[in-house]
Design a protein around this ligand. Structure first.
Ligand code: ADP
Length: 421
């Protein structure tokens, strides 16, 4: 091919970069870049290599089509090759006598039957990160490579760099997604196994301990009580696991009836008064000023959802703090807010606290008990009712957890059906 002069080259370069955008995938795209480079610099061949830092080598991502099958599986050592030198220094080079260059990696020539005489090569760099090397080989005719050839390579290398980088990011995102999915599956498996397998032996421990309590001498009653208390705590954890598992497997059902929200909340507050008093925390409510609110729902499930929030509010509030349980009617919904002036939740954790097993403090260092299940159970229970739950918080200042429950569940279900159909 005859050598192209300046304006013609520019035109061809523009045309080539425009065409590149039509390539279907990264491999086809890089191949087109390499072909354009060979054409524009009057070279016999062109190739592109990217670095694999873990193996300290470069591997080909584009090469002349007839050599591609051999070259795609070749590893070029970073330490022992001209391409490696360019990658390491980050400097473009024109090599006029490749065979005399000590770094020349002769394996490639011997495997492809291609003889490398001269070369122009540039590093592929994106956002300051060295990615690989782009080279053209054997200038046709008698002339050597020039700085203009290098400039052309640099323009094409910059084009390629963006795509290689994006492709890497995309792969990393895909990998992260599949790791998250796998982790989620493991959580589900663990939840299912733990809730099923622990239930029976624990039932036996509790049953027999309760039976023993009636049989043993008074001096042993305290020990047996300790067993019963510990087993009951375990039972609560297993119930949390079962609740999440049942929801996931679609086994959970609602047993609805009309009930008074006021009465339920007052009873729940009552059940936490002792814990609160022991930490000099006051729990207040606006319920005494509101009229009776009735909703149609599964009282047990709503009770679990709200009690987890009150329990947390007391747990994560320091001595002398305050918890307010507020109930309001808003159009179509009952709004329950559990407001504390406790330790608060860092913004970065706020979106994740409703995930199963998520805890803000590391499990190893945290002062509080729990498995990171309470909020995920609350969320499941609320969403089963067609409701919503969310948290707002400021670290060091306190948190507000809000539940919105529809007044008329039948209406919500009908609306959901229409939306899903
Ligand atoms: P756990 O049962 O382990 O407390 P939860 O799912 O109930 O798990 O809560 C998850 C995490 O959210 C807790 O470990 C805690 O770090 C944080 N959290 C929940 N409620 C509050 C609150 N009212 N104030 C501060 N942090 C809270």
């Amino acid at each position: 091919m005859a050598s192209k002069d300046g304006p013609l080259r520019l035109e061809y370069l523009l045309e080539a970069t425009r065409n590149l955008r039509n390539a279907l995938d990264l491999e086809a795209y890089l191949q087109l870049v390499a072909e354009a480079a060979a054409e524009l610099t009057d070279s016999e061949a062109s190739s592109m290599l990217v670095a694999d830092e873990s193996t300290h080598s470069l591997h080909f991502v584009a090469a002349p089509p007839i050599q591609w099958n051999v070259m795609k599986s070749l590893d070029v050592p970073i330490e022992g090759s001209i391409a490696g030198r360019i990658f390491t220094t980050g400097n473009a080079e024109i090599v006029t006598a490749a065979r005399r260059d000590q770094k020349h990696f002769k394996n490639i020539d011997s495997m492809t039957g291609f003889e490398t005489r001269s070369m122009a090569a540039v590093p592929i760099i994106f956002k300051g990160e060295k990615i690989g090397v782009f080279e053209v080989i054997n200038h046709r005719g008698m002339a050597d490579y020039t700085e203009e050839d290098v400039a052309i390579l640099e323009i094409l290398a910059a084009e390629a760099a963006v795509l290689i980088y994006n492709d890497r990011l995309e792969k990393q995102v895909q990998k992260a997604h599949s790791e998250i999915a796998q982790l989620d599956r493991m959580k589900s498996d663990f939840t299912a196994i733990a809730s099923h397998e622990l239930r029976t032996p624990l039932g036996l421990i509790l049953g027999h301990a309760t039976f023993l309590r009636e049989m043993v001498d008074a001096q042993y009653v305290e020990q047996v009580d300790t067993i019963i208390r510990a087993a009951s705590k375990l039972k609560e954890i297993i119930e949390d696991l079962s609740n999440v598992d049942n929801f996931q497997t679609g086994m959970a059902t609602l047993r609805n009836r009309m009930f008074s929200v006021n009465r339920l909340i007052l009873e729940l507050i009552d059940s936490f008064q002792e814990d609160a008093r022991s930490k000099k925390i006051t729990i207040r409510t606006n319920l005494h000023q509101t009229s009776e609110l009735m909703i149609d729902g599964d009282i047990e499930k709503i009770s679990i959802a709200v009690s987890n929030l009150i329990k947390n509010a007391v747990m994560f509030t320091n001595e002398g703090g305050h918890v307010l349980v507020q109930v309001e009617q808003v159009p179509g919904y009952v709004k329950l807010s559990i407001i504390d002036d406790g330790i608060g939740i860092p913004a970065a954790d706020l979106t994740r606290i409703f995930e199963r097993f998520y805890q803000v403090e590391s499990h190893l260092t945290r002062k509080h008990g729990g498995m990171g299940l309470g909020l995920s159970v609350s969320k499941v229970m609320v969403e089963m009712h067609g409701g919503r739950i969310w948290a707002e918080s400021e670290e060091g200042k306190g948190s507000t957890f809000t539940i919105l429950l529809p007044l008329n569940l039948a209406q919500v279900k009908a609306a959901q059906k229409v939306l899903n159909s």
